[in-house]
Design a protein around this ligand. Structure first.
Ligand SMILES: Nc1ncnc2c1ncn2[C@@H]1O[C@H](COP(=O)(O)OP(=O)(O)O)[C@@H](O)[C@H]1O
Ligand SMILES: [Mg+2]
Length: 242
């Protein structure tokens, strides 16, 4: 197995030019996301209005509207992900109980996994019971890892979430029995916009790693093609540590 670590040039540039990136991101948030939201709302209104006046023989117009709505959703999703990457909010630190956070996550993701015939399990093997973290960001990072695992795992496969570590460090490992990654893919997975999935943004892992690092932690992936992948998110238990 090999490790997928190391920042790519784009990520280093983003770090080095934080104020500029902030300004661009603010511009995108305002000049792209706002009109995009207006487009989505207006398309919804148009669809409702047309329902009343379009005769039955012309229902294909709703397929066209559906396609536009789909593309707008993809674009909205991309812009949202991009902003999370370029302008990650400072973590709002609080004491977060690990068990309920992971249990909630499994409750939330379980049905989606079950729909694909993939089992999702949670094991609390050790580590701190509480970490000082931003609960929303921590959940978001682990959800990204579980989503990736699910996308890579066929019917009948398994995803296991394990919490471990020691008193000072929480390790959350997300392990899957999915397709794994080729050796030339693994070193690139933290590159912003690198994706092998159709419709992928290539930002899920860079965002998850940024969240880990903003908490003073790290994210590493190990994978073997045809056997599966495991992602380990490590966080210090609290600011008094390290
Ligand atoms: N659990 C996994 N199993 C196999 N490949 C993975 C896994 N997680 C990530 N990858 C690979 O890393 C790439 C980047 O992941 P990510 O940053 O989340 O972006 P996206 O999911 O939008 O492609 C994926 O396209 C895939 O090739
Ligand atoms: Mg992803």
């Amino acid at each position: 197995m090999s490790d997928g670590t190391g920042k790519d040039a784009l990520e280093r540039a983003v770090d080095a030019h934080a104020p500029l990136v902030e300004a661009i991101a603010a511009g995108i948030a305002h000049e792209v996301r706002n009109p995009l939201n207006a487009l989505q709302i207006n398309l919804g209104i148009l669809e409702q209005e047309l329902t009343e006046i379009v005769p039955h023989g012309h229902r294909h117009v709703f397929e066209v509207i559906g396609k536009i709505a789909h593309e707008l959703r993809s674009l909205d999703n991309f812009v949202t992900e991009f902003l999370r990457f370029a302008r990650p909010p400072r973590p709002k630190l609080e004491a977060v109980a690990v068990r309920p956070l992971l249990e909630d996550l499994v409750t939330f993701m379980g049905p989606e996994c079950a729909r694909k015939g993939v089992s999702l399990s949670l094991a609390l093997l050790g580590g701190p019971g509480t970490v000082v973290a931003d609960a929303f960001q921590l959940k978001h990072a682990v959800v990204n890892l579980v989503l990736n695992a699910l996308q890579a795992t066929p019917d009948g496969g398994e995803i296991a979430i394990e919490a471990g570590g020691d008193e000072a460090t929480l390790d959350v490992v997300v392990r899957d029995t999915g397709e794994g990654m080729a050796e030339d893919v693994l070193p690139r997975v933290f590159d912003a916009f690198f994706t092998t999935r159709e419709g992928g943004t290539g930002l899920g892992l860079p965002i998850a790693r940024r969240i880990a690092e903003a908490h003073g932690g790290s994210l590493a992936l190990r994978s073997r093609e045809g056997e599966g992948t495991s992602a380990c998110l490590s966080l210090p238990a609290g600011p008094q540590v390290g």
